[in-house]
Design a protein around this ligand. Sequence first.
Ligand code: SAH
Ligand code: SF4
Length: 412
Amino acid sequence: MSVSINLIDNATRPTTAAAKAPAADGKPPLIGLTREELGDALVDAGIIPARQARMRAQQLWHWLYVRGVSDFSEMFNISKDLRADLARHFSIARPEIVEEQISTDGTRKWLFRFPPRGAGRPVEIETVYIPEEGRGTLCISSQVGCTLTCSFCHTGTQKLVRNLTAEEILAQLMTARDRLGDFPDRDTPAGAIVPAEGRKVSNIVMMGMGEPLYNFEAVKKALLIASDGDGLSLSKRRITLSTSGVVPEIVRTGEEIGVMLAISLHATNDDLRDMLVPINKKYPLKDLIAACRAYPGLSNARRITFEYVMLKDVNDSLDDAKALVRLLQGIPAKINLIPFNPWPGTNYQCSDWETIEKFADYINNAGYASPIRTPRGRDILAACGQLKSESERLKKTERLALEAMMIAGHGE
Ligand code: SAH
Ligand code: SF4
């Protein structure tokens, strides 16, 4: 991959149509509510009688999640008067797209701005789209910043500003679908859900900024809506939630959300994991592995992904590979090796390619699928662990330093 920092140009600037007015109007959002809450909200606002609650909720659900509309005026089977009432009371607007960047490898990164909640300030978060052969994965953020301070993670150097709401988590998916043309055209017959095979966003991963299990309720609500078969309709098998190891919420994730699980493991003994992933001090490996074994629905067809970042001379020896295989014994697992993505100010380096391959071969021979995650979108700082908010964006000098680091890197 050539290394170049893609500055935004006019070709990649969002059109005004897609970057509709932010929901800064202070009206409560309808996106992110359950069907029941949706009906109740309309009744409570006094714009429909209680007996219509279910029917109206269903109607709106379809417009919001199947058709993807972001303006009440497009809901042509709802009377003009009711549309006007809806618009007076509620918001279904998309967030503002502050920036859209497209990497040399096709990866896209959006910087979204969400309006203040309560007395707070507007917040900005990043969402990344990774197109691959036969599928496209959207990497979604769950928090603005992160309270955890994994030592190799750029997001971890940014303080937590706040949790995202269910609406804001869904807005990332819905705005990406707008931009990628994943909602049906206006002239598609009503009722048609775009089939999974034809979609740009076929998979989602909760692997953006933040620790999703520290924002359990909002993440749960958003993912249940994303996987609802009469709406956004993403299969739960195509949704992966990655956690650094919030042990008490792991089994709940399987029971209440039912999506695929990924664990940011990165080390096979407590001493090293305490340093790399400090939440390990609270929930050590023994507890983490026990929670994984208890994850509902585990089978060879539904395996846990263990993420393992390759840090030069830190966790990349053959002994580490052996310890990894021992640790995971008996758990249906795949191991995802992530070449470390550098960021300005880090003391870590990525393992040499040869070392990564040897490591991968060992665990492969031990019977585990062990794909090496190809770094994507590094030129736009969209790779794992590189996300940060606009407020913390790189200064020009830092960008240049990063560029130099990547050129000096392991020769991609
Ligand atoms: N907070 C969650 C999900 C987001 S991070 C978690 O930690 O699981 C997604 C993955 O990227 C995690 O496995 C994380 O450990 C990894 N990661 C973080 N920083 C990285 C970096 N600089 N290079 C490579 N991977 C990184
Ligand atoms: Fe937070 Fe995950 Fe980064 Fe750790 S790796 S600091 S949990 S975002």
